[in-house]
Write a protein that binds this ligand. Structure first.
Ligand code: ADP
Ligand code: MG
Length: 761
């Protein structure tokens, strides 16, 4: 994810969060506001209804007052016309009087012992009615009979008169009637004129709060129901669920005074009504009615001339939820629009903020690809500006370094090419071998020498080291690994075709920075040709030696021959065979035979054939071969041989030639005679032969040149002797050391490895 995306995601995320929060809060507020508003609305409606009902009551009161006055006048007129004793009044008389006075009917109420009953009436239905159970009406009657002013607060009280409030006709509840009751103690009865007219019914109907309720509901359709509740009878045992009551059906005591009672729950509502009255403040229920969620508010209403009552208003909750839903949809729509706006805005904004970062990134990518130009254009001075500056500085540094690096690389390549051409051009075979023994590189001479092409060795590692020298090779590699610097070794290797090649191998080790061995570099030089020349040289040297020895040999042979001749002559003259002489002659012949055969061994070129031989006998042979000759020059041999066997793996003739060369040099170094010490010892794993003379010695500056071919200071010298000897000793894995003191003598020490009997063969 890019920074830009992240940044815009952050902005977008925060805005979404804020909007979501806002939405939730808004919804919450809306809900509680709406609820409050609804409750207020219900209260208001209830109050309006209460006021309207009150007003209608006022006007109703006024009308009732007028009617009451008329009824009083009618009653006074009637009292003047009627007999003071009711028993003298008949119903017919009352009927005509009522018609004359303009009232519907006139009844006369008489006080009995414990009741007030209708004794005479123009309406036969009224006759004999008991009023004891009429509540305050009965109270008013008793007060009238007692000559008191009526104290009942309902209806209208005047002098000797009381008129009850509008009430249904006792005989026919369809009609509303208004009664007046007059008693001035001039009669023994209360005169009770009353009016029943459709006009009153219509009036009452018009002034009926039901009408007001209907109108209110027209205006507020979400108001499901408005009910005027009479707390005194509401919830009584006789009240039905719909609010009707068979007992309390008078206007004054109906549980439901006006409106309907459909959305009711009597128990719940009753307790709410009581609470509202007790606290004198509205109570709201959030409840369910007729399968709907509704809000019910019970508002207590105080009336100055009558008892308090309660208006209940039921409101459909869906009205609120609809508004909330609408609000929610509105809010969500706005939020989504805002979000889209912010998404675009945040993307643009993030783009603005991250452009420098992207520029830097692009620059860094360029640099990573090796494109250094042009530098970043720095616009701002903020952190990003500083970063750009640093990137520019870094880039220019990098450019410099890269240039330098390229230059060095070019130089290195040139050096490498040169080295490669040298390596490939050299006549020595070079190959590197890793620590697992795999050949990792070769040069051209390698293929020429061993027959393996560079490609072949990489696919298949060839065996170059023959089994016979494997041990030696392993030891060398081990020493190299241990840090020993080794001189070249003359050994043999296997070619691809299986043939053996004589080589001089110089091996060095390559290590990594930590000094851990990484590879071996082997430089092999083909020695076949050189060895051939050397062999030639050796042979020519041998011939020279033989030539030189020949004189000595002749002399050696001549002496015994002279002896033989003398003995033979003597025998011919004496014709006698003396056994002592024969023995002497045989010994002389043996000696001659020995000298000749030794000489032949030297002269005859022999196949190189290593065998296990005891050095003691070889040395003895040579010493005895040379000692007689050296006697001529006054030279003595002083030889010591070890008692232990001194077996070495050697080519006998070659060793003999070495000893002859060394001894001859010693003899030649002592023209005026002296002693030659020959000491042969067995030391550890080696056989050591030290040959020392008392000759002229070798000047110091000449010592390093010894062994160089044809280096000689003798007139008839070849300068090959030491060289050949050294080669032979090397071939025997031994060493040849020369120590010399000028004018004091020379000591040559030859060390040969003792033959391991087990590997002999
Ligand atoms: P050559 O004997 O034919 O000269 P060598 O290789 O045998 O060749 O010896 C080389 C030279 O080393 C000799 O010419 C001589 O100067 C010196 N040299 C060798 N051995 C001795 C020795 N024992 N005492 C003094 N000089 C010696
Ligand atoms: Mg010599």
């Amino acid at each position: 994810m890019s920074i830009k995306t992240k940044l815009s995601a952050i902005i977008f995320g925060s805005v979404s969060l804020i909007l979501a929060l806002n939405l939730t809060l808004n919804l919450q507020t809306t809900r509680s506001n709406l609820r409050e508003e609804s409750v207020n609305n219900m209260k208001m409606t209830a109050r309006q209804i209460a006021v309207a009902v009150e007003q209608s009551s006022y006007s109703s009161n006024y009308v009732q007052q007028q009617i009451a006055q008329n009824l009083r006048l009618a009653a006074i007129l009637a009292s003047e016309e009627l007999d003071p004793d009711y028993r003298n009044v008949n119903n017919q008389q009352l009927r005509s009087l009522a018609a004359r006075l303009g009232v519907s009917n006139i009844s006369l109420l008489v006080k009995t012992e414990d009741d007030v009953v209708v004794a005479r009436s123009s309406d036969p239905n009224e006759l004999g009615l008991s009023t004891k159970g009429w509540g305050y009406w009965y109270v008013a009657f008793l007060e009238l009979f007692a000559g008191q002013r009526v104290s009942v607060k309902q209806g209208q009280t005047m002098e000797h008169f009381w008129s009850g409030p509008f009430e249904y006709s006792t005989s026919n509840p369809q009609f509303i009637e208004k009664w007046g009751y007059y008693y001035d103690s001039s009669t023994n009865y209360i005169i009770d004129p009353y009016i029943r007219s459709s006009a009153i019914s219509d009036y009452v109907k018009i002034m009926n709060p039901d009408e007001i309720v209907r109108q209110s509901r027209d205006v507020n359709p979400e108001l499901l129901e408005i009910t005027g509740i009479n707390p005194r009878t509401f919830g009584s045992s006789t009240m039905q669920a719909d609010g009707s009551d068979s007992i309390n059906q008078k206007l004054r005591n109906q549980p439901v005074q006006y409106g309907t009672y459909i959305f009711g729950n009597v128990e719940e509502d009753k307790s709410a009504v009581m609470t509202a009255l007790a606290r004198q403040e509205p109570v709201t229920l959030d409840t369910e009615a007729r399968g709907k969620r509704v809000l019910k508010t019970f508002i207590p209403i105080q009336q100055p001339w009558a008892d308090d009552y309660v208006i209940s208003v039921v409101m459909d909750y869906s009205a609120i939820s609809t508004v909330i839903r609408d609000e929610l949809i509105n809010n969500i729509t706005t939020s989504i629009l805002l979000l889209i706006l912010f998404l675009i805005l945040s993307y643009v904004l993030a783009g603005l903020v991250t452009r420098p970062i992207q520029d830097i990134l692009a620059k860094v990518n360029d640099v990573a690809r090796g494109v250094f130009e042009p530098p970043l254009h720095v616009k701002s001075r903020d952190e990003l500006g500083q970063l750009s500056h640093r990137v520019n500085a870094m880039t220019s540094n990098l450019l410099q370094h890269t240039n330098r690096l390229n230059q060095t690389l070019e130089e290195n390549r040139a050096v490498k090419e040169h080295l490669e051409s040298v390596i490939n051009g050299t006549s020595d075979a070079i190959h590197t071998v890793d620590m697992e023994g795999r050949i990792t590189s070769t040069n051209r001479a390698f293929e020429k020498l061993y027959g393996w092409s560079a490609k072949d060795v990489l696919t298949k590692t060839p065996y170059l080291v023959p089994a016979t020298v494997q041990k030696q090779e392993d030891a060398r590699l081990r020493e190299l690994r241990d840090g020993v610097v080794l001189p070249p070794v003359e050994t043999i290797r296997l070619k691809r075709d299986g043939s053996i090649v004589e080589v001089s191998v110089s091996t060095s080790i390559i290590r990594d920075e930590e000094g851990k061995p990484k590879a071996f570099v082997h430089v092999s030089r083909d020695m076949t040709e050189r060895n051939r020349i050397e062999e030639l040289l050796r042979r020519s040297e041998k011939l020279t030696t033989v030539g030189q020895l020949a004189a000595g040999v002749a002399h050696e042979i001549r002496n015994p021959l002279t002896t033989l001749r003398g003995f033979l002559q003597l025998q011919r003259e004496k014709q006698l065979l003396i056994p002592l002489h024969v023995d002497l002659m045989l010994s002389e012949l043996d000696r001659i035979n020995m000298i000749v055969s030794e000489f032949l061994i030297l002269a005859k070129p022999q196949a190189v054939h290593f065998q296990l031989k005891d050095v003691r006998y070889i040395l003895q042979d040579v010493v005895s071969l040379l000692s007689s000759q050296s006697h001529l020059f006054g030279i003595e041999f002083n030889a010591h041989y070890s008692e232990a066997p001194a077996t070495v793996h050697c080519e006998e003739n070659q060793l003999k030639q070495v000893f002859i060369n060394i001894l001859k040099n010693a003899i030649e170094a002592m023209p005026s005679g002296g002693t030659i010490q020959v000491v042969q010892e067995v030391r550890d794993d080696a056989v050591v032969i030290a040959i020392s003379d008392e000759g002229e010695g070798i000047p110091e500056d000449m010592l390093p040149k010894l062994g160089e071919p044809f280096f000689t200071n003798k007139e008839t010298g070849t300068g090959l002797g030491l060289m050949v000897s050294q080669r032979i000793i090397q071939a025997h894995k031994g060493s040849l050391e020369i120590k010399s003191e000028y004018r004091n003598g020379t000591e040559v020490t030859i060390t040969l490895p003792s033959a391991d009997e087990t590997e002999a063969g």
